[in-house]
Design a binder for this molecule. Structure first.
Ligand SMILES: *Cc1c(COP(=O)(O)O)cnc(C)c1O
Length: 361
């Protein structure tokens, strides 16, 4: 069978996700395991969301609403965009794949940063694209170099804002300047999976750029701050025309009914999530202070995760932490063998991470 598989597919290294808690328990015989490896919300969905999930579960014999009517209406209102400008996905990952499907032919090019979120690279390669990866400078996007990397065959530029694993965001000025340099038939895909965590006055309001830039698409997700990673629901905001195209090529029931109900309920529960964002911010300060006390360098982050530098020893430390029941992510796969990435958890989890780290160092 392998001989029949497309050549470009065979070159792809499989995505390695953060280890699931149960897997670590099974494999290492541990009882108490915490996961700080996939940037999830440690508190879980709100009680209101859980009630919506239970209600919707009674109707699981029915197909979901393929148009996500209630979720679409709620989000359109919240964002001040037309319902026709929205497209929903089985996680925002699916929107990355859909955009590539719509635009990229074999031999076309896609521009990304390096390191950056791995799905951009994987989705582009599956489609047979040549990926031009522009190195970060001091963990930030080098947008001038990325604009220069855009060539005749470039179809998409992916901007993670903030990006993973760097945790850095792009400013309004930077994004506008970049858009001014890029051809209007190149999709500028702005991935805002961590949008809800950013608190910075100069963070770009990407959605407001869409009316004047039909080549901008913005994605967000319910997986990160909203704590619904297990349900898989994300959304894209684009021009009505491009959203319509993506809606044409997606699978008709790509967002399940429970996910839709949970997302609607989550949007209504603003106080619950505001509180979580505040707690995460508090824990970020605690982790910064604790890392400083351990004399470790880290990358200042706008998100709910932090890159920690442990020269020469990061991957060994990741393994040792695992044995202590603390799952974090080694960054070797991203080409940063000296770093690990830790997700900001609850106060208790942060403490346990720091304590375990201290013991392993
Ligand atoms: C987690 C993440 C996503 C997507 O998550 P979904 O669960 O598919 O919505 C997208 N982009 C970045 C940068 C992420 O870290």
């Amino acid at each position: 069978m392998k001989r029949a598989v497309k050549k470009e597919v065979l070159t792809i290294k499989p995505y390695v996700p953060g280890k699931p808690i149960d897997e670590v328990k099974r494999e290492l015989g541990l009882r108490d395991v915490i996961k700080l490896a996939s940037n999830e919300n440690p508190y879980g969905p709100s009680p209101k969301v859980l009630r919506a999930v239970a209600r919707e579960a009674r109707r699981l014999n029915r197909y979901p609403d393929g148009d996500c009517f209630y979720l679409r209406s709620a989000l359109a209102k919240r964002l001040g965009v037309g319902g026709g400008q929205l497209v929903f996905g089985n996680g925002s990952d699916e929107l990355i794949v859909l955009a590539v499907k719509a635009l990229v032919r074999k031999g076309d090019e896609v521009v990304i940063a390096k390191p950056s979120f791995l799905i951009y690279d994987i989705a582009a390669r599956v489609a047979g694209a040549r990926v031009r990866a522009v190195p970060l400078r001091d963990f930030r996007y080098d947008l001038d170099a990325m604009a220069k990397a855009v060539g005749k065959k470039t179809k998409i530029v992916f901007l993670g804002n903030p990006d993973n694993p760097s945790g850095k965001y792009l400013t309004d000025r930077e994004v506008r300047r970049f858009l001014g340099k890029v051809r209007r038939d190149v999709l500028v895909f702005i991935d805002e999976a961590y949008f809800e965590y950013v608190q910075a006055d100069d963070y770009v309001d990407s959605v407001s750029l869409i009316p004047s830039h039909a080549n901008v698409m913005v994605t967000r997700t319910f997986s990160k701050m909203y704590g619904l990673a297990g349900l898989r629901v994300g959304y894209g905001i684009a021009s009505r025309e491009f959203a319509g195209i993506l809606n044409r090529i997606r699978e008709p029931f790509n967002v399940n009914s429970v996910a839709q109900a949970a997302a609607v309920a989550a949007l209504q529960d603003r106080a619950y999530y505001r509180d979580i964002a505040r707690k995460i911010k508090g824990q970020r300060q605690y982790l910064y202070r604790s890392l400083e006390q351990l004399n470790l360098d880290f990358v200042d982050s706008a998100t709910n995760f932090i890159l920690v530098k442990i020269p020469g020893r990061a991957s060994g430390i990741v393994q040792k932490l695992l044995k202590k029941g603390v799952i974090v992510r080694g960054m070797g796969f991203w080409g940063m063998p000296d770093y690990l990435r830790v997700t900001i958890g609850t106060a208790q989890e942060s403490k346990r991470f720091i304590q375990s780290l201290k013991e392993t160092l």
